[in-house]
Design a protein around this ligand. Structure first.
Ligand code: WT7
Length: 663
């Protein structure tokens, strides 16, 4: 175990034993007035009134709903705005053609290279979306069909999503960093009819393959009848006759018109499916609705960012994640704002790339993830200081806890200490931001997500379902229904089938731990389940274990998250090898590569430890907390381990970990 990659892993491990930063005692206040307080809505009737009023004022409906909140409300199986009809693309585009925004920039695209940029006004974007919607129809896509989108961050990505929404097809975006196998699994799960992709990805000045992955996946996807390929780079890629079509040729075709009537959808028709990791071995297809989801994206954009006409809103997330769906696309366009989309990475061509973009476009709101800030902090303040960031009025953070140290850097260096930093807590399932300071919050505390938004009743409960006392940790539970909550998990070939939500003591169980301080401010303490968060990306340990377990050399694998200074958490894998395999560098490299191919680069283990056995209870359940402590070099106080079938395994694991760290 002397290879470079293992040395790197050890370096990470050494850093991982640093204590996490302490929460500061002082409060940072922001120079704003009007501290909005949010009293939870006291009854179902009030909740219903509250959201009905928002739905009237924020959305255009072609038919008004008959019941605001129907269904099994106690079990969170709610149908919002039943009887209501609308179209999402209409709300994001058409209505902005007649309210004075026709010639306003809807989407500003900045490519990897600074010279590559494009601007779409609402009129231009509308035309592209209508044309592509007609292309989809021409290729056989109808209302209710599933279309998978696997794209780099180029404007056609947004156009494809909106075109699906226009004709009532359900899109399922697969992040372009996922492997061919992951793409294949998702296409198969939702039985998609069509795939929209690109020839290649451009990143940090290099060209990376994308269509190659598609070809590997599509060989095993009988439901797919067509694949539309955007020419991003123009290099030769294989095109299969009768299946693959070039986007630009399809769009130029004489039979494609500029007109496409929006399909009138029911409020509870699915808008999209997005796969996310849970505690099982395979990702679940979270389904979001047309009316409730869109309303919640718009409502939160207004409430949290106060998004207005003269804003340039930059959400740095990839459209492959829910953050991109809600805060790059649907929220900002639904409000008629200007959204910036960036193809590149934070430190190419230099570590000032983000700040150069803020200056170039006079960005007013930047919404990014702590992992990005941590990576950029390493370059010091100079890359920030050389740019004029005076256009910024709000900083946003999402995806993982932001430590006070990182908070202060972002707030002090990027925000010059004078604009609010809004840390937003939410999940793929919640559709939009749930707990965050409002844009005009006067009192922020570094590391706290402040309070639930008006309309959201979040509480911290103990295992008996009682509210914990101040400062005590517990489960974060949402007590009331809200329109952004997902409508189901896609399964049995039905979008609306099997609505299995985590309901805990009458509330929606978020799976996160939290505590509340003396001011009722929320502090998120991390996941309570077996989901880890690597650079703001959610990964199920069970998925990585399944990937490792599918390699012939592996008898058994157990994966835990371990502290990592940039990524937040890193993937730490314990491996028990099959009898006839031995621990070699080549095998370790092969196992890492195997995970890349099965899931994608984000899931690659940072550290592998070979073991002779794993700590299990007599009933065969893995005692994961023991593995977490050992991975973190924390060898004391294992708590009650009397249930272990093989208690001596702990000492064996510690010894092998110490030997590994000493190498
Ligand atoms: C999980 C959801 C929210 C969209 C992007 C990720 C963690 C998210 C925060 C935050 C602490 C956070 C939670 C949550 N998380 N935001 N501000 N502070 N933790 O969506 O992939 O569904 O992940 O990310 O653990 O459950 P996701």
């Amino acid at each position: 175990m002397n290879s470079d990659s293992n040395k790197k892993a050890h370096a990470v491990l050494r850093q991982s034993s640093l204590p996490p930063p302490q929460q500061p005692k002082t409060h940072s206040s922001v120079n704003r007035t009007d501290n909005t307080t949010d009293t939870p809505l006291s009854s179902l009737e009030k909740i219903s009134e509250f959201w009905a009023e928002k739905a009237e004022s924020l959305l255009d409906w072609s038919e008004k709903w008959s019941t605001t909140m129907a269904g099994d409300v106690a079990n969170f199986d709610v149908r919002w705005f039943e009887g209501g009809r609308l179209n999402v693309a209409y709300n994001c585009l058409d209505r902005n053609l007649v309210n004075g925004r026709r010639n306003k920039a809807a989407l500003i695209w900045q490519g990897d290279k600074d010279e590559d940029s494009r601007v779409y006004t609402y009129q231009m974007l509308f035309r592209e979306v209508c044309r592509f919607a007609n292309v989809l129809k021409k290729r056989g896509i109808r209302r209710g069909d599933r279309v998978v989108i696997y794209m780099p961050m180029i404007p056609e990505f947004a156009i494809a999503m909106l075109a699906c929404a226009r004709i009532g097809a359900t899109h399922s975006v697969v992040f372009a960093g996922f492997s061919a196998k992951s793409l294949q699994d998702r296409i198969q799960d939702c039985e998609a009819k069509l795939l929209v992709t690109a020839d290649n990805i451009v990143r940090t000045g290099r060209v990376l393959p994308l269509k190659d992955n598609v070809d590997k996946a599509l060989g095993h996807c009988p439901s797919i009848s067509g694949c539309i390929v955007v020419r991003r780079v123009g290099m030769d890629v294989g095109m299969l006759d009768g299946r693959d079509y070039w986007y630009h040729l399809e769009m130029q075709s004489a039979d494609i018109s500029d007109d496409c009537e929006p399909e009138v959808m029911e409020a509870n028709d699915p808008l999209f499916i997005l796969y996310t990791s849970g505690s099982t071995g395979s990702p679940k297809g979270v389904v979001h609705s047309t009316g409730g989801y869109l309303l919640y994206a718009l409502y939160t954009c207004r409430k949290v960012f106060d998004l207005n006409d003269d804003d340039i809103h930059w959400c740095t997330a990839d459209l492959g994640w829910i953050t991109g769906h809600s805060y790059l696309l649907y929220g900002p366009l639904g409000l008629g704002a200007t959204s910036l989309m960036f193809e590149g990475t934070p430190s190419y061509p230099g570590p000032d790339r983000y700040w150069q973009i803020v200056e170039k476009y006079r960005v007013s709101i930047i919404y990014t993830a702590p992992t990005v800030i941590r990576a950029l902090m390493r370059y010091g303040t100079e890359p920030v200081d050389i740019h004029d960031l005076s256009s910024l009025r709000l900083l946003g953070s999402v995806g993982e806890p932001i430590s006070p140290e990182v908070w202060h850097w972002y707030h002090g260096v990027v925000g010059r200490g004078s604009i609010p930093l809004i840390d937003t807590w939410w999940q793929t399932e919640t559709g939009g931001i749930m707990i965050a300071p409002l844009h005009d919050e006067t009192r922020l505390k570094p590391g706290s997500v402040v309070k639930p938004l008006p309309g959201i009743d979040a509480v911290v409960l103990n295992e008996d379902g009682e509210e914990v006392s101040q400062g005590e940790r517990g489960r974060l539970v949402i007590r009331n229904p809200w329109p952004g909550l997902f409508i189901g998990i896609f399964m049995d070939r039905e979008c609306h089938a099997s609505h299995k939500l985590n309901v805990f003591k009458g509330g929606y169980d978020t799976g996160d731990g939290a505590c509340c301080d003396e001011d009722g401010y929320f502090w998120i303490t991390g996941r309570g389940d077996d989901v880890i968060n690597v650079s703001g990306h959610r990964l199920g340990t069970a998925e990585i274990e399944a990937a490792l377990g599918s390699h012939p050399a592996v008898a058994e694998a157990a994966v835990v998250g371990v502290f990592h200074p940039i990524k937040g958490q890193a993937v730490y894998a314990y491996i028990r090898l099959q009898e006839n395999f031995s621990e070699t560098e080549a095998l370790f490299a092969e196992l890492c590569n195997h995970v890349r191919l099965q899931i994608g680069p984000i899931a690659t283990p940072d550290m592998l430890q070979c073991v002779s056995g794993l700590p299990k209870t007599r009933s065969g359940k893995l005692m994961r907390r023991v593995l977490k402590k050992i991975a973190a070099d924390d060898f004391d106080n294992f708590g009650d381990t009397s249930a272990l079938a093989n208690p001596s395994i702990i000492d064996t694991l510690i010894a092998s970990k110490k030997a590994l760290s000493a190498e």
